[in-house]
Write a protein that binds this ligand. Structure first.
Ligand code: KG4
Ligand code: ZN
Length: 378
């Protein structure tokens, strides 16, 4: 099954082409350069950028997914055609279109949803609506062109998904999307994904981004903090661990952020600059410590057979290392997306959910009636 997937839930314009669960092309047009001076995503700018980029990005994904491209000839032809013409030419090989319906930034989601509807109607394709968070979860099952890595998830599985918009621990009990093509069509059971813990305020990625802003660093802050933290002292600044001694599985990062703010608010720029590595390390460690503590607690409570982790913050090598260590201690297999770019927002993760839902014939019945859903829950 050939799938075209579209993702525009936040600040990246993304399109991918998959053959079943194998990635043939995965194009990400990042908008981060547009937000550096604002320190975060600006909805109007995101909308305009998505509108300008959506067609070229889809065209590029279709073009790069071709099985036996003759690069030079193809490149030359490609440059002569407009994105619209490339789409027109290449979309005939596509069986299903999948698109992120939500959750996310309304104005941004709308661009992807409308484009997917337009293409599905114009070219008479089946359409699948995808939940962005399910995309992050299933990103762990994506394979490269050659079908590697081949992973087996055993249920119940426990997933930690951490990004700029969400921080959740999710218990997965054999979701319909992962079953073999089923006879009982569509029967999405509400209890197959259970959010057992989540942030009560800021997401972990958001906390890292805000701390970076306080330190006068760029956007997004997560990767910058990771780089600085490598040579810093995690015990330099004593920071709280909100909700740490409670047995609940929820997170809170807003108190940590406020405490960090008050600790450094009277510091001269020079003092911050001199200690930037130590400050980054202390803050990052406090965030990761909370994530690990709660995930460990959840493992002990739910006794899963497999662990999954995904979302933008999982690009962080230190967090990946600590999670692998925890899995090892618990004698469990942990799967993380096999490529760095599959942690942050991308359309391949939307493509794999499209594939799994299409196998169960979970198509959108009324294409005109499909609307973005900024608050869509799992
Ligand atoms: O999944 P994602 O691309 O978008 C959302 O759905 O939010 O995640 C973006 C978040 C940002 O907060 C960013 O700072 C964080 O992921 N992030 C990182 C790293 N790379 C991205 N955080 C820590 N370390 C990284 N290397
Ligand atoms: Zn995301």
């Amino acid at each position: 099954m050939k799938i075209l997937a579209i993702e525009t839930s936040c600040d990246d314009t993304c399109a991918a082409v998959l053959e079943d669960d194998r990635i043939l092309a995965n194009i990400i047009s990042s908008q981060v350069d547009l937000y550096e001076k604002w320190g975060g995503v600006v909805p109007d700018i995101a909308k305009r950028a998505h509108m300008e980029r959506i067609e070229p990005v889809i065209a590029e994904a279709l073009r790069r997914s071709k099985p036996t491209p003759n690069p030079s000839l193809d490149e030359r032809r490609g440059t002569k055609l407009s994105p619209e013409e490339i789409i027109e030419k290449e979309i005939k090989n596509i069986d299903v279109i999948g698109v992120t319906q939500g959750p996310g930034l309304a104005i941004a989601l709308g661009i992807g949803v409308n484009k997917a509807k337009e293409l599905a109607k114009k070219y008479n394709k089946k359409l699948v609506a995808v939940n962005h968070i399910e995309g992050h979860l299933m990103a762990n099952l994506l394979k490269n062109k050659l079908g590697k890595p081949d992973r087996k998830v055993e249920f119940p599985a426990l997933a930690l998904t951490v990004s700029g918009g969400h921080t959740k621990i999710i218990l997965i009990q054999n979701p319909p999307a992962l079953r073999a093509p089923s006879l009982e069509k569509g029967g999405q059971n509400k209890f197959e994904y259970t959010v057992v813990g989540e942030t009560l305020d800021d997401a972990a990625g958001e906390a890292l981004d805000k701390a970076a802003k306080m330190l006068g660093l760029g956007y997004p802050g997560g990767p910058i903090i990771e780089r600085l933290a490598k040579t810093g002292n995690i015990n330099f600044l004593e920071l709280p661990r909100p909700l740490a001694d409670k047995k609940i599985l929820d997170f809170s990062f807003s108190g940590l952020k406020t405490s960090f703010y008050y600790k450094i608010k009277d510091w001269e720029k020079e003092r911050i600059f001199k200690n930037i590595n130590n400050l980054a390390a202390s803050f990052q460690n406090a965030v990761f410590d909370s994530l690990l503590r709660k995930f460990k607690l959840a493992i002990e409570k739910y006794e899963p057979k497999t662990l999954l982790a995904s979302g933008g913050v999982l690009s962080n090598l230190e967090l990946r290392k600590q999670l692998r260590k925890l899995a090892h201690e618990k004698n469990l297999t942990i799967y993380l997306p096999f490529k760095k770019e599959l942690n942050t927002d991308n359309a391949a993760m939307i493509g794999i959910v499209t594939y799994l839902k299409a196998r169960n014939r979970e198509y959108v019945d009324n294409i005109d009636g499909l609307d973005r859903d900024p608050r869509l829950s799992l």
